[in-house]
Write a protein that binds this ligand. Structure first.
Ligand code: SAH
Length: 220
């Protein structure tokens, strides 16, 4: 009998059925955007985690990626992407907290350009390589403190932050276009809220999208 498990990129963990199950789960959890669900199906999440964890890549759960960081839970990535892009087309997005680049990859085919900022050089280097291997070329990378944003290419239609801030970062608010929105977790560990901030007539309207759990957005 043929052992079907010996190839780690083999049929078991990457099969269409495994991915469909994840998509079905996200639908049941309330994700409506067919474009976002399609990207969750298409992006090979098993290539963003260590081989030892690859068999768990299509579970709806956050996983460790080393250096004390995590790959975000697919539901949260889908939810944030949906909230970021709702009603927008062909946009330029600033992303803070590149990490392994999973969120970046989900976004890449839904937007025009992504400007992504990460403070850990080893992660950024690996992620650049990984996204190029996936033929993703509309991403611009910067090693820096995300609290500063990336003013040179702003203002942005959307800003997405993948680490929890202690308060709304003033410099990121300044880099939002009129009508633009920022999706950001805010608050201390254990009490973080996912917030959607919309810049409307020079004011910032805030909407809470629920409780989340992210690593902190580090100062400096
Ligand atoms: N987007 C990733 C998850 C990233 S985890 C995914 O799709 O799975 C959060 C990331 O934010 C980590 O890589 C961490 O190094 C980074 N980070 C934390 N504080 C930061 C800061 N001040 N500036 C830039 N990146 C930061």
């Amino acid at each position: 009998m043929i052992n079907q498990n010996h190839d780690i990129h083999g049929i078991g963990m990457t099969s269409a059925r495994t991915r469909d199950r994840l998509v079905q789960r996200l639908k049941e959890a309330g994700i409506r955007s067919t474009e976002v669900l399609e990207q969750i199906r298409n992006v090979p999440r098993h290539l963003f985690v260590d081989e030892a964890l690859a068999s768990r890549a299509y579970e709806d759960t956050a996983l460790p990626i080393g250096l004390g960081q995590t790959i975000s839970q697919p539901y949260v990535v889908a939810k944030m992407t949906e909230a970021l892009l709702e009603g927008l087309e062909s946009v330029r997005v600033l992303e803070i907290g590149t990490g392994c680049g999973y969120q970046t990859a989900v976004l890449a085919r839904l937007v025009k350009e992504i400007y992504t900022v990460e403070r850990i050089p080893e992660l950024l280097k690996k992620t650049k390589r990984r996204l190029r291997q996936l033929d993703i070329y509309n991403v611009h990378y910067r090693l820096d403190d995300g609290w500063q944003g990336w003013p040179k290419y702003g203002a942005y239609d959307g800003i997405i932050v993948a680490a929890a801030a202690s308060e709304l970062p003033e410099k990121l608010l300044q880099q939002l276009k009129p009508g633009g929105r920022m999706i950001i977790p805010v608050g201390p560990s254990g009490r973080q809220k996912l917030i959607k901030v919309t810049k409307q007539n020079g004011r910032y309207e805030q909407l809470s999208l629920g409780l989340v759990s992210f690593v902190p957005l580090i100062h400096g």
